[in-house]
Design a binder for this molecule. Structure first.
Ligand SMILES: [Zn+2]
Ligand SMILES: [Zn+2]
Length: 168
């Protein structure tokens, strides 16, 4: 008897992938369609392509065949902003490595001067937190597919509200 990774019931579980066992084909599909880690990985590829496709490097302004999607606040420290349109820039691998990562202080000063609104939004957004759900990730995947930029600014509504409150 094995435990189905999706419904957690014990049965023969004839279906498997890696170390995971499933009671039915349907549960196997459902499990992988809703797996946060897998969804994040898949969407990151599509998201990064959207950010870099046909775009010049945000720093040097040149076009390169191969471009990187560079995060302002890293995925490691701000996982909740990994798909935030305002938290990423297209960069060629040279600027990404030698400027962006090797000179973080200069890089942040440059970013702040060039994109002051983004900088303010990120100051706000970095302290927001919302757990990723399969549901939200699937919505993000649709927004990437449809190039719905507004849908890809994750804390847009919260930020508007915050700005509104500040004006009063
Ligand atoms: Zn099951
Ligand atoms: Zn460049």
């Amino acid at each position: 008897m094995k435990k189905c990774a999706y419904c957690l019931k014990r049965s023969k579980c004839p279906y498997k992938k890696g170390k995971k066992h499933f009671c039915s084909k349907e549960h196997k599909t459902l499990y992988f369609e809703n797996d946060i880690k897998i969804l994040k990985k898949q969407i990151q590829i599509e998201f990064n392509r959207m950010i870099t496709e046909g775009q010049p490097c945000a720093y040097c302004g040149k076009y390169f065949e191969k471009m990187d999607c560079s995060h302002v606040l890293s995925r490691g420290s701000c996982d909740h902003l990994r798909f935030d349109f305002l938290n990423v820039l297209p960069m060629d691998s040279r600027c990404h490595r030698w400027f962006w990562h090797d000179s973080p202080l200069e890089a942040m000063e440059w970013f702040k001067a060039k994109y002051p609104e983004r900088y303010d939004y990120l100051l706000f957004a970095k302290n927001q937190f919302r757990e990723w759900t399969a549901e939200e990730l699937k919505k993000i995947r649709e927004d990437v597919k449809n190039r719905n930029i507004k849908g890809l600014i994750r804390f847009y509504k919260e930020y508007e509200l915050y700005l509104h409150k500040q004006k009063r």
